[in-house]
Each structure stands twice: as C-alpha cells, then as structure tokens.
Unconditional design. Structure first.
Length: 223
C-alpha cells in the first residue's frame, strides 16, 4: 500500500511514517498543504492522510480540490479536539474517516489494515468501464465490440490500469499491486503482461490503449 502522509509537525510525521514503513507500507511525506495537493495530483496513492491545520493550505482545502478533480482515493483527516466543528464540513467535502489527536498509533494502523481488507474483499466483485471497454472482474471477461477471457494476472493488471485511467503508473507501482511478495517473479513480468493486454485490447476492437514501452511508465488512455 502506498500512503501520502501530510502532517506539518515534523516529529509526528516521522513517527507515523516510521510505523507505516515497519508494516511494509510505502510512505511519501508532505509538510504543507500545497505540497500535499501537488503530490496527490501527480502521483498514485492507495490512502491519503491529511492533518487539518497545515501551512499554505489547510487539509480541508486540499481535500476539496482533490475531490473536485474527481480523485476518489480513500482519505483520513487528522484533527485536534479544538477543530471538531470542522468534522461535518470535512465529511461533506468527501473525507472517508476522521481521527482526533492525540492519535492512538495502534488505532491508526488498525484502520489502515481494515482498509486493506476492504480492498482485497472488493477484488473480483467489480465491473469497471472505460471508453467502450467493460471489465467484469469476477468473470475475468474483457469486452468491447468483441469479448475475451483474461488470465488471473491479466485481470488484476487490467483492473489496476482501469482504476487509474489517464494516470501514469510506474512499473514498480504496477508490480507491487498485481504480484504478491511471495511469488517467484520480478518487475520484468509487468512488460510481458502489458504486452498480452495490448494484444487483447486490439482483439476486442477497444477504443482504449495502454501507452508506454518496456522499463517506463504506463498509462491507459482513450483513443
């Protein structure tokens, strides 16, 4: 899981980031709202954690801009007791959860593990669409003018691409979200499976395409 952590208190940010990394999560830190918005707009995350009171731009302002841009990434807002009157505003703006400072680190980690379980549970229950293409994850069927059955890894890779359409994904990001750590594989498999999917998108006469070549970023776009 890749986490964006926006917390302007350096000591707290360091403590949270250390705990997350010890659990195996990748953490990107921001110390003001403008930087948090820049990262959220240009990179891919599975979870974003924003403190409300940050310099340059508040967590609520960042939240609003992210949701207005159509970004549906799961967001947890951190708030001090004195800021609880902002809770309704934050939820209305699209926050998924609120935690009140001082944060119990064990509770925060438990919330993240719960989110991971929800993500895993939702796999194989989705029907995703982009352009003329529909991906039935449960049936592993990719369809447009024609239809084709995908292999398991192809399905999961296509799901990741469709959930992040029009965004550039690094090879490492794709590998970490499609292949498990205990598999006998490496990031070189990403290009192999991207090639398979490119061929299958052509076979079903799709109007979407995977842009990118070996050892670079990949982006699913409408053509």
């Amino acid at each position: 899981m890749r986490i964006l952590l926006a917390e302007d208190e350096v000591g707290l940010s360091r403590a949270y980031a250390t705990a997350f990394r010890m659990q195996g999560y990748e953490v990107v830190q921001a110390f003001d709202g403008e930087r948090a918005l820049e990262l959220a707009s240009s990179e891919i995350f599975d979870l974003m954690i924003f403190d409300i009171m940050m310099p340059k731009m508040t967590g609520l302002e960042v939240l609003k801009k992210i949701r207005d841009a159509g970004n549906s990434t799961y967001i947890i807002i951190l708030t001090a007791m004195s800021e609880l009157n902002n809770k309704i505003e934050g939820l209305d703006l699209g926050a998924d959860e609120y935690l009140t400072k001082p944060i119990d680190l064990g509770e925060l980690l438990a919330r993240i593990r719960s989110l991971e379980r929800r993500i895993d549970k939702n796999f194989n229950e989705n029907i995703l669409t982009f352009g003329s293409v529909k991906l039935n994850v449960a049936e592993q069927e990719l369809s447009a003018k024609n239809s084709i059955i995908l292999a398991g890894k192809e399905t999961k890779l296509m799901e990741v691409l469709m959930l992040n359409k029009n965004k550039k994904l690094s090879t490492d990001y794709i590998y970490n979200h499609v292949w498990s750590k205990d598999e006998d594989s490496d990031a070189g498999y990403v290009w192999i499976y991207i090639s398979y999917l490119k061929q299958k998108l052509k076979a079903i006469n799709a109007n979407i395409e995977i842009m990118g070549e070996e050892n670079c970023e990949f982006e699913l776009v409408e053509v």
